[in-house]
Design a protein around this ligand. Structure first.
Ligand SMILES: CC(=O)N[C@@H](CCC[C@H](N)C(=O)O)C(=O)O
Length: 374
C-alpha cells in the first residue's frame, strides 16, 4: 500500500478534538523519528508540532501548515479503517491534510532545497482555534516563515483539480452561544411560566431575519444554529434553553453589523418573554485572504508546469483559522479536489485517496520552485 495512504488510514482511526490531539501528536512524532534526522528539527507546541527541514544554503523560510484535529461526529462511512474513537471523526479531511504534509516533508528530507521549509502541525482548527496562539508563540516566532501555504480538501471537485482565487477565499467566522433563562413550571399551567423552548424557537426564526432583512443582498452572511438544548422532560415547561451556532460574513465590518442586530433581537426576546439572555461569541476566525501576487504565481506555475486542472473559484462561507497566519505572512490556501458524494462535516465523508499523491506532487514541485528561486 502507498505509505501515505496507510498514514491517512492510521490517522483516520484516531481523530481527536481541539487541544486533545495527544495520540495524533504521538503518531506524527513516531513517523518523524523514523526519517533520517540530519535535516530535521522538531518543537512541540501544546498538542501541535513545528518541524524544520533545513535547506542547503537557506536565505528564507517557506511554511506549510496542516491542521490536525477531528470533529465531534459519529462516523457512518462503514470503512474498515473507521474511527475507533466514539463520536469523533476526521470529517473535515484533516487526516488527508496531515498525510499530505508528511509526504511533502519526507520529500524535502530526501531532496533538500536551498531554503528551509517549516511544517506547522496546528491543533484545534475546528475550535476553539489554534492558529492565532501558535503564530504568537515563541516556538513559531523563532522559525517564522517568509511565505506560507495550506490546502483544504474539497469534496465537490474531482481528483486532479485545484480550486483557488486571489484575495478572499474563506469567510470571517464567529461562534454564537445564547443562554436563555426564564421560569419553568407545570406543563398544564403555561400562564404561570416563561417558557424558554418557545423563546428559543422564536429567536431561531428571528435570527434568520438578520440575514434576509439586515444584510445587504449583494453582501453575504450566514447564521446557522446547529444545536438547541432546553428543558428536562415532556411535561415540564423549560426554565432554560441554549442555542449554539455560528456566524459567517464576507468582511469583518459585516460581522460587527450582524452581531449588533443579533444583540437587538436578543434584547427583544428578554423583554417579550420576561427572561434573561446571555450571548457568548466563543471563538472568532479572521477571513482567509490569499496574497494576490503569490496566488497569481501559483496559478501560473500550475498551469504551465503541472497537469492538474486549475479552477478559479468563488469565495466560500467556510472558516479557517489559517486566516490569522495569512494576515501576517504572505501566502495562500487552496481547495484540493477529492470527489466525495458526502460533503465536509458529514458522517459519510469519503474523500478519494488518489488526491493525496496529487497534492504531494503539486506542493513538492511548487515549494522546490520557490525554495530554489534566487
Ligand atoms: C473548513 C471548516 O469547515 N472550518 C470550520 C471552522 C469552524 C470555526 C468555528 N468553530 C465556528 O463554527 O465558527 C467551519 O465550520 O467552517
Amino acid at each position: 500500500m502507498n505509505p501515505l495512504i496507510k498514514i491517512r488510514r492510521d490517522l483516520h482511526q484516531i481523530p481527536e478534538i481541539g487541544f486533545q490531539e495527544f495520540k495524533t501528536q504521538a503518531y506524527l512524532l513516531s513517523y518523524l523519528k523514523s526519517l533520517p534526522q540530519q535535516r530535521i528539527s522538531i518543537k512541540k507546541w501544546k498538542t501541535g508540532l513545528l518541524v524544520k527541514v533545513s535547506g542547503l544554503n537557506p536565505r528564507k523560510t517557506i511554511g506549510y501548515r496542516t491542521d490536525i484535529d477531528g470533529l465531534p461526529i459519529s462516523e457512518q462511512t462503514g470503512l474498515p479503517f473507521s474511527s475507533v474513537h466514539e463520536a469523533r471523526m476526521h470529517a473535515c479531511g484533516h487526516d488527508f491534510h496531515m498525510s499530505i504534509a508528511l509526504g511533502v516533508l519526507t520529500f524535502f528530507v530526501e531532496n533538500p532545497i536551498v531554503d528551509d521549509v517549516v511544517f506547522v502541525f496546528q491543533p484545534a482548527e475546528e475550535g476553539p482555534g489554534g492558529a492565532e496562539a501558535m503564530l504568537e508563540s515563541a516556538e513559531m516566532r523563532e522559525w517564522m516563515p517568509d511565505m506560507i501555504f495550506a490546502l483544504h480538501i474539497a469534496p465537490e471537485y474531482p481528483v486532479g483539480t485545484i480550486a483557488v482565487k486571489e484575495g478572499l477565499l474563506f469567510a470571517n467566522t464567529s461562534e454564537l452561544f445564547i443562554d436563555l433563562k426564564g421560569k419553568g413550571g407545570h406543563a398544564a399551567y403555561p400562564h404561570q411560566t416563561n417558557d424558554m423552548v418557545i423563546a428559543a424557537c422564536s429567536l431561531v426564526n428571528q435570527l434568520q431575519t438578520v440575514i434576509s432583512r439586515n444584510v445587504d443582498p449583494l453582501d453575504s452572511a450566514v447564521i446557522t444554529i446547529g444545536k438547541i438544548t432546553g428543558g428536562t422532560v415532556q411535561n415540564i415547561i423549560a426554565e432554560k434553553a441554549r442555542l449554539e451556532g455560528t456566524i459567517r460574513t464576507l468582511s469583518p465590518e459585516s460581522m460587527g453589523k450582524v452581531k449588533h442586530r443579533i444583540e437587538a433581537l436578543v434584547k427583544g426576546i428578554e423583554t417579550g418573554y420576561e427572561c434573561e439572555a446571555v450571548i457568548d461569541y466563543g471563538s472568532m476566525y479572521h477571513q482567509v485572504f490569499n496574497t494576490e501576487s503569490i496566488t497569481k504565481d501559483f496559478i501560473n506555475y500550475l498551469q504551465q508546469g503541472t497537469d492538474v486542472k486549475v479552477i478559479e473559484c468563488r469565495e466560500a462561507m467556510t472558516g479557517e483559522d489559517f486566516g490569522y497566519m495569512l494576515k501576517e505572512i504572505p501566502g495562500l490556501m487552496f481547495w484540493l479536489g477529492v470527489e466525495s458524494p458526502f460533503g465536509l462535516h458529514h458522517a459519510k465523508l469519503t474523500p478519494n485517496e488518489a488526491a493525496i499523491d496529487v497534492a504531494v506532487k503539486v506542493m513538492t514541485s511548487y515549494i522546490s520552485f520557490k525554495g530554489n528561486q534566487a
